[in-house]
Design a protein around this ligand. Structure first.
Ligand SMILES: [Zn+2]
Length: 139
């Protein structure tokens, strides 16, 4: 995926297998820290990250109209910070990416799915705190 350098703002293409690693900006050589925030994904970016990641990927299936999803959003962001370097967090807007939600049989949201090696290994619906999300993701 494309990540903007925190120093020079230039786009850097980072392969999914390196998203949980610290890297270096190709333009200015500043450190690009391990991904520490949820990534909004479409179907193509979802597949790129889930298939390429070497750490667990937590997917948050959500929608703007869903109050428990909005309540969970800060917890999802905090879990992404807490798990930086150990896991990747992606967010799937189920209104925009209905095919993706259907692929994983998502009915109630928020719905959380953990992927390892491109395979879904566990999933559950409903609000979770940051600590619960980290335990759920890291196993
Ligand atoms: Zn840079």
């Amino acid at each position: 995926m494309i990540r903007a350098c925190p120093r020079c703002q230039r786009p850097n293409r980072v392969p999914a297998r390196h998203l949980a690693d610290e890297g270096r900006c190709g333009a200015c050589q500043a450190a690009l820290p391990a991904l520490d925030a949820p990534v909004e994904v479409d179907a193509a970016l979802f597949d790129e990250i889930v298939d390429g990641a070497v750490v667990p990927v937590l997917a948050d299936f959500w929608a703007a109209w869903c109050a428990p999803c909005r309540a969970a959003a800060p917890e999802v962001a905090a879990a992404a910070r807490q798990m930086a370097g150990r896991a990747i967090v992606v967010k799937v807007d189920t209104e925009r990416e209905q095919a993706l939600a259907a692929r994983f049989g998502v009915s109630g949201i928020p719905h959380f799915v953990v992927f390892q090696g491109g395979q879904s290994v566990r999933g559950r619906s409903g609000y979770r705190s940051r600590g619960e999300l980290a335990t759920f993701t890291l196993g």
